[in-house]
Design a protein around this ligand. Sequence first.
Ligand SMILES: [Zn+2]
Length: 346
Amino acid sequence: MLILSRISRLRTTPRSISPTWVAVAAMLVAVSGCVRPIAVTQPAAPPVYTSSDYIVLRLDADESASHLAGRFLGDSGKAWMIAEANPGARFRGGEQVVIPLKRPNKAGVYADGYQTVPILTYHRFSDDCQSPLCTPTAAFKQQMRYLKENGYHALTPEELLAFLEYRQPLPKQSVLITIDDGYRSVYDIAYPILRENGFTATLFIYTELIDVAPIALTWNQLMEMKQGGFAIGSHTITHSDLTLPREGESKADYAARVEKELTGSKQIIDRRLGQDTWMLAYPYGNYDQKIVAASKQTGYKLAMSVKRGGNPFFANALTLKRDQILERDMATFTKRLKTFNPIPLK
Ligand SMILES: [Zn+2]
């Protein structure tokens, strides 16, 4: 809305633009320093308005937000910036659209509140669930369809990290989908549903489970999902609580166990999937200061609890909050999708 009101103030009668308007636009972008220079082909019609912040364009023909993003911002993945600047637009020929040339604020902070990123957590899936940790196939389908139909973006962990490090803005309606443990139903049920909706997820596996039983994922399936854009993080080796010594466990044995769970699981996943694993979900969501410090030292950059709540840009990346999706009804699910925390910041 801010963009639209600024544009309506700025808008004048259509100007005749010199034939080299494209070069001018490219120069303005270069001056803004926020986006890569544009490689564009000259459109038939000149823009209605240009500034270092925006181009206002009347579309000659239908043109998608991702095509416009590729043409003006040098990256079709930035389609959301154009979609958010043109609420309700259908991007049809003759329609006037705004191309924002500068990135929106990286922190997602506005006068009336700030952006938060919900992280959804699942475990396993079945047509016939007996436990709250199991999500019925039909409910998962409905939830993913809801996310798609309501314009949610399923983030990659890299995008979330960039937001938390104040490097990149995120689409306003962003969520991270995570699935813990490493059950076979992730591959059989969740993976095709997620793909159908164009989503990817982050899987946290405890390595001892993988390949051992028919209910578990295999390394081959994990590799296939990784190649399909899914991210794989550690949930330790044995899924033991890292914050508590076991009964009769000496201090030294406890320290050795923590080290092995954090480092060993990373090494196994690194080797099996040919990657540098940098995401962790604490078993049972439990952590304390020494576990956070040890995780950081091991090389984890994102680590997740199961404390309920969203994650603003200033959240600690090593103690992220997540919402376990335990209920099946849509009203509870939609309540978990809070992407904005309203608070007067003037
Ligand atoms: Zn778990």
